[in-house]
Design a protein around this ligand. Structure first.
Ligand SMILES: [Zn+2]
Length: 440
């Protein structure tokens, strides 16, 4: 048995093992269950998560969808002890290691060795992220005033949504984003601004000429000051997001963050050179003439809008959520676009594990066809044929999903069976899950 060297980091030369995982389990595989997804809780500060299983077993989960190399694992407690060096920690995996002795109260960390590890460590966001399944929880699945629907959250969705959210967190954590954010002319159309957060003439006069130009109607008295921007920025850094997959638009408010599936999946890697040029010029705003050219349907656009709703009260009167020349959507977009274009994101096209190329490229086509056919009033047979072609049909109720309901091991009733009708009745009363349990 080797002895641990305790002391300054420079003397930490001793390892217990290299690449000696006793078990490796892939997480978020396509066939993972609803239950696995429902149980998923992670924090942006713990994308590389440690769990002391017992005295000699350490479990490390990599929530980042890319392989990480040359990881140096240390105890967090002082003095730090280097306990493990890992050649490769696979993306989206859980690896278990045997360590001769793990102190009872030991907590663990890694010392960043590579650029990407430093980027992960550098995230300022402390987001708590969950993916509660709206169908299983029997939450209202259709919003009353729009065509936005929740879709089931499958493991493959989580892989793409996490990839985007990690990159979004990276964008928000950059000094550039903070700089752009504090220069943005955030306003409230309703002028309902508390006195301590209202931009005063004195503060305005201290802004640079270029900054002042962005305040188009300074006499309106409806702009926020820098103190408010800082307050909202901090709110953004420390959010809890209950993430969901939607179709037909997004949903945002409180902790709810529903992002349109096609924007997250099909446009995850979209970026353009015009956006890069604007940022390099030092502009934090996108002039009206350029907005259509620059802002395509990237996940940022829907994220900026919906996350904006989680930062300020309902409605579209504030450009913390509304897209305009100067807005959260625009400033964030410029940074997000730049990092994607320059291949500087934590998750990149080349490194993301478990991509589904077919889905990224072609998912939307049958869906659009289906919607068109539906509008034209196509017959049922044809619609069903189209649904079969859909990579991902919209299921609004558990029974539409079919099969065994995750690790709850609830066998769903066959469509149109007496039990199915009973289930529908129970579902309406919010007791669907309860009823399903009686069938088992
Ligand atoms: Zn909105």
């Amino acid at each position: 048995m080797k002895k641990l060297i305790i002391g300054g980091l420079s003397s930490l030369t001793l390892l217990f093992g290299t690449n000696s995982a006793i078990s490796t389990a892939s997480i978020l595989e396509d066939n993972a269950t609803v239950y696995d997804v429902e149980q998923l809780k992670l924090n942006m500060q713990h994308l590389i998560a440690f769990k002391r299983v017992n005295e000699t077993t350490l479990e490390i989960t990599n929530w980042v969808p890319r392989d990480l190399h040359n990881l140096v694992i240390v105890t967090k407690n002082s003095p730090k002890e280097k306990i493990l060096e890992i050649d490769t920690l696979s993306g989206f995996s859980k690896q278990t290691y045997t360590i001769p002795y793990l102190g009872e109260n030991a907590t663990f960390d890694y010392l960043p060795q590579t650029d990407v590890q430093r980027k992960i460590k550098g995230l300022k966001t402390t987001w708590n992220i969950t993916f509660p399944d709206r169908l299983l929880l029997e939450k209202k699945v259709r919003r009353a005033d729009a065509n936005v629907v929740w879709k089931p959250t499958r493991p493959q969705d989580v892989r793409y949504y996490l990839s985007f959210l990690i990159n979004a967190a990276q964008s928000i954590s950059t000094p550039k984003f903070h700089d752009f954010w504090t220069k943005t002319a955030f306003y409230d159309e309703t002028c309902n601004i508390e006195p301590q957060y209202r931009l005063t003439k004195d503060e305005f006069n201290n802004y640079s000429k270029k900054e002042r130009r962005q305040y188009k109607n300074i006499r309106s008295n409806c702009y926020y000051n820098k103190a408010h921007k800082e307050y909202i920025y901090n709110k953004l850094l420390h959010k809890t997001f209950t993430v969901g997959v939607t179709d037909g638009g997004g949903l945002g408010g409180g902790s709810t963050l529903g992002l349109n599936q096609s924007e997250v999946v099909e446009h995850l890697w979209d970026a353009n050179s015009l956006g890069v040029k604007i940022l390099e010029r030092g502009d934090w705003f996108i002039k009206k003439a350029n907005r259509k050219k620059v802002e395509s349907r990237t996940p940022w656009k829907i994220f900026g809008h919906e996350a904006g709703h989680t930062l300020v009260k309902k409605g579209h009167q504030r450009n913390y959520c509304v897209n305009s020349e100067n807005s959260f959507v625009s400033v964030g977009f410029l940074v997000y676009n730049y990092l994607t274009y320059k291949n500087e994101m934590i998750v990149t096209k080349e490194t993301m594990v478990k991509r589904d190329l077919d889905w990224e490229g072609a998912n939307s086509k049958p869906l659009r066809k289906y919607k068109r056919a539906l509008k034209r009033g196509a017959n049922k047979k044809r619609l069903n044929a189209l649904i079969q072609k859909l990579h991902r049909p919209t299921a609004r109720f558990a029974y539409e999903w079919g099969g065994v309901y995750g690790k709850h091991a609830l066998l769903l009733p066959t469509k149109n069976s007496p039990e199915w009708y009973e289930y529908l009745k129970a579902h309406k009363e919010g007791k669907g899950l309860e009823y399903l349990r009686t069938l088992q």
